[in-house]
Design a protein around this ligand. Structure first.
Ligand SMILES: Cc1ncc(COP(=O)(O)O)c(C=O)c1O
Length: 360
């Protein structure tokens, strides 16, 4: 039997009728943009995260741009961002007028930390984007202790926990993506900004609607970036199950450890106090490409996500050229995502480990 890289459909099977009913209710209501579903989901997601406010936007990329602008980031500022992440974490910075400054990651956790941030700080640093990559939780408190505001990019970390709260309530603000394959995914694009800061939330609400409060006066250049009612209704059905699904992801990682995967490859290390809801389960091996070929031949889904780090991407040349980021390069060269999902069984994990054992 093949083992797929991820499985987003099995857990939705028992929710099909509820999802259909939620979609039908929106259809019958005739309200499609910024209505009661979005408002309710904003309340529910803020409460889930342990924060006061949430603002639904069109996707996780615009969530970052809007959150940065609501934090006061603009032309002349620098924003620190890891280079080992999905491209959008950095792509979202230049539209604010600020400059991306790439910082290194710890390849063991795939996250930035106080040390890598301190190396990249300058007097122009206005904010740090801490990406909770693969569901691990970047150490936000130790970065904030350097005296710089943190925006959490929690696109991959819905359902994860840190020692003192959830992603969404650790930094000044946090952003989520509800892209369908995420831990909490809708049936299209969607995103959200979560924060305790009422002023920041208010700014984000204005920015997501063309920079206007009343559709009469347009006080600043904004965006047309809203979560829609259908997606919010779909997400409301799923949110109550996120903790169970996250436990399933942790169970999958435990099956791997019990089957001896750690003797064959380097396992991802949770940051101190973190309980990651592994969005992707990413191991490291010096010959990751050879391992990938062998696993694919054995019917095991696997993928190297970020072989070329963001600072080496052509569009980032102006900000990335000539940089040396050893942790990033190590992670980029050696990482490989292997199957994980809320329903990865012990048998499937053993099959993956056995294929890894044959390959290495
Ligand atoms: C770490 C990270 N940041 C940002 C994004 C952007 O989210 P979206 O695709 O919803 O724009 C994603 C996901 O796609 C992501 O994985």
């Amino acid at each position: 039997m093949n083992v797929p890289l991820f499985d987003t459909s099995t857990v939705l099977e028992p929710l099909r009728e509820e999802l259909r009913a939620a979609v039908a209710r929106v259809l019958d209501s005739g309200r499609f943009i910024l209505g009661p579903q979005v408002e309710a989901f904003e309340r529910e997601m803020a409460s889930y995260c342990g924060a006061r406010h949430a603002v639904g936007v069109a996707n996780g990329t615009e969530a970052i741009t809007i959150a940065l602008r609501a934090m006061g980031v603009g032309p002349g500022d620098e924003v620190l961002v890891p280079s080992f992440t999905f491209y959008a974490s950095a792509e979202a910075i230049p539209p604010t007028g600020a400059t991306p400054v790439f910082c290194d990651v710890d390849p063991q956790t795939f996250c930035i930390n106080a040390e890598t941030v301190a190396d990249a700080l300058t007097p122009h640093t206005k904010a740090v984007i801490a990406v909770h990559l693969f569901g691990n939780v970047a150490p936000v408190a130790e970065i904030e202790a350097l005296g710089v505001p943190v925006l959490e990019d929690a696109a991959q970390a819905a359902g994860s926990r840190a020692a003192h709260g959830r992603p969404g309530a650790l930094g000044t603000a946090a952003t989520f993506s509800f892209f369908p394959s995420k831990n909490l995914g809708c049936f299209g694009d969607g995103g959200m900004i979560v924060t305790d800061d009422a002023h920041l939330a208010d700014e984000a609400r204005v920015l997501r609607f063309h920079g206007s409060r009343d559709k009469v006066s347009y006080e600043q250049l904004g965006y047309n970036s809203r979560l829609d009612e259908l997606q919010a209704a779909i997400l409301r059905v799923q949110l109550p199950h996120l903790d169970d699904w996250s436990d399933g992801r942790r169970r999958g990682a435990a099956h791997y450890a019990e089957a001896g995967l750690g003797e064959l490859v380097t396992l991802p290390r949770p940051t101190i106090g973190a309980s990651p809801a592994w969005h992707l389960y990413v191991v490291r091996h010096p010959e990751a490409d050879r391992l990938a070929t062998a696993l694919a031949d054995a019917g095991i889904g696997c993928r190297a996500y970020y072989r070329t780090p963001v600072h080496e991407q052509p569009a980032m040349r102006a900000w990335g050229e000539g940089l040396t980021l050893p942790g990033t390069e190590e992670a980029a060269r050696t990482h490989l995502a292997i199957p994980i999902s809320p329903v990865l069984s012990r048998e499937q994990a053993e099959q993956v480990v056995s294929a890894v054992r044959s390959a290495v």
